[in-house]
Design a binder for this molecule. Structure first.
Ligand SMILES: NC(=O)c1ccc[n+]([C@@H]2O[C@H](COP(=O)([O-])OP(=O)(O)OC[C@H]3O[C@@H](n4cnc5c(N)ncnc54)[C@H](O)[C@@H]3O)[C@@H](O)[C@H]2O)c1
Length: 368
């Protein structure tokens, strides 16, 4: 297949590009290189024979200039931080929502199917934080007994205290962040284009994705950022909940495997939404990430605390993967410790180029 990846030089896009090209597909990576570190993928693409086009998805003309005969689009372009949108909502919305409409229009005109990287942030934190929770020594957990007692009369649709959040969870609420808003707009547009124009779209609402090749930073890509900080001895900060907030983690190779299965089932999947993540068995708090890396590095790094959680932050998010498992038989395979080992190997193998980005506190702070 000839596959266009928008956001093709970002973490997900670049890892997917190399993965698919190595499996005999022809990949075109389109990106405006706004993400720090994305430019480091260009020499890698040359080595792998991946074509690069400088494209800004906010400009329909950039997309129109792309080669013909594209068989599939994977859209992984976005401003992905949940923090920055409050200062400049229009930026998130033009990049992530309007940009995606341009990609959908391109898909409609060219007759290409589209796999879209949506986000768990379409679910509002005031809703996902509603179920009762308690703290253990290292993490927050949903208090299942209290939940079943308090909500006995009406359990929350799409929520399961063991499994997490499914596609049935409400999309209402007013704390999903501006990023979340922009992703929800794009997510709904993908669904609508499937119905209105017959564009084959698959919408994956991913939890945290991490792995080798991620240029993590404090406000996005924290799993890799934690490893980079340990490697270069940079300070870390827990913001809210004493660092006990929990996410399920999906590693990039599992994402690439998912895309391959979805590519083979585009007719069956069109217009469908899937929650996709590491799942409850593959979850981690910040405190636990620190503990694991302490063990792997055999040393500590300075950690500071900020009491107040970030605006619209989710205290616990875990993906209920049951739908994607049932429909495609796909399950994540890479566990947290193995995933971290892959990240650490990547950091060691690319230490010099990463030092340019992260070699000091000042440099790391400017990774935007
Ligand atoms: N990483 C995660 O944990 C996670 C979780 C859920 C969803 N997602 C979604 O997955 C996708 C990929 O995320 P990522 O982690 O690879 O982020 P990333 O920042 O590493 O990659 C995004 C890429 O998009 C490019 N880009 C941004 N604006 C653009 C524009 N206007 N035109 C063209 N290119 C543009 C950036 O330069 C970057 O290379 C995004 O849509 C993100 O919202 C990511």
């Amino acid at each position: 297949m000839k596959i266009l990846i928008t956001g093709g030089c970002g973490f997900v896009g670049a890892q997917l590009a190399v993965h698919l090209q190595q499996r005999g597909h022809r990949v075109i990576a389109a990106d405006n290189l706004v993400r720090r570190g994305s430019e480091l993928n260009l020499p890698r693409f040359k080595r792998h024979g991946i074509e690069f086009f400088h494209v800004d998805v906010r400009n329909a003309e950039d997309l129109a200039a792309l080669p013909a005969d594209i068989d599939l689009i994977c859209d992984a372009s976005a401003q992905p931080s949940v923090v920055t949108g409050y200062a400049n909502p229009i930026f998130d919305i033009t990049n992530n929502a309007l940009g995606l409409i341009h990609v959908l229009e391109f898909a409609r005109v060219r007759g290409c199917p589209l796999i879209f990287w949506s986000s768990n942030r379409v679910y509002s934190a005031d809703k996902t934080n509603a179920p009762p929770r308690r703290a253990t020594a290292t993490r927050l957990v949903w208090d299942k007994e209290k939940y079943l007692r308090d909500y006995a009369a009406k359990l929350i649709p799409g929520f399961d205290a063991d499994q997490g959040v499914s596609e049935e969870f409400t999309l209402d609420g007013n704390e999903r962040s501006i990023y979340g808003l922009s992703k929800l707009m794009a997510d709904l547009a993908c669904q609508e284009y499937a119905g209105a124009f017959g564009v084959k779209t698959v919408i994956n609402r991913f939890g945290v994705i991490s792995g080798e090749g991620q240029f993590g930073k404090t406000d996005q890509g924290w799993v890799a950022w934690w490893a980079v900080a340990f490697h270069f001895g940079l300070p870390l900060k827990y913001i809210g909940w004493d660092g006990k907030q929990v996410r399920d983690i999906l590693f990039i190779e599992d994402v690439c495997r998912l895309v391959e299965v979805q590519m083979e089932n585009l007719d069956k999947l069109s217009g469908q939404v899937f929650n996709v993540g590491g799942g409850a068995g593959n979850s981690l708090s910040l405190v636990e990430a620190t503990n694991l890396l302490r063990e792997k590095f055999g040393r500590d790094i300075p950690i500071t605390y900020e009491n107040k959680p970030r605006k619209a932050d989710q205290s616990i998010y875990m993906t209920d993967n049951r739908k994607i498992e049932q429909v495609l038989g796909w399950k994540p395979k890479i566990g947290i410790s193995e995933g971290y080992d892959r990240i650490l190997t990547w950091i060691r193998e690319n230490e010099e180029s990463l030092r340019v980005l992260y070699g000091s506190e000042e440099k790391a702070a400017s990774v935007r």
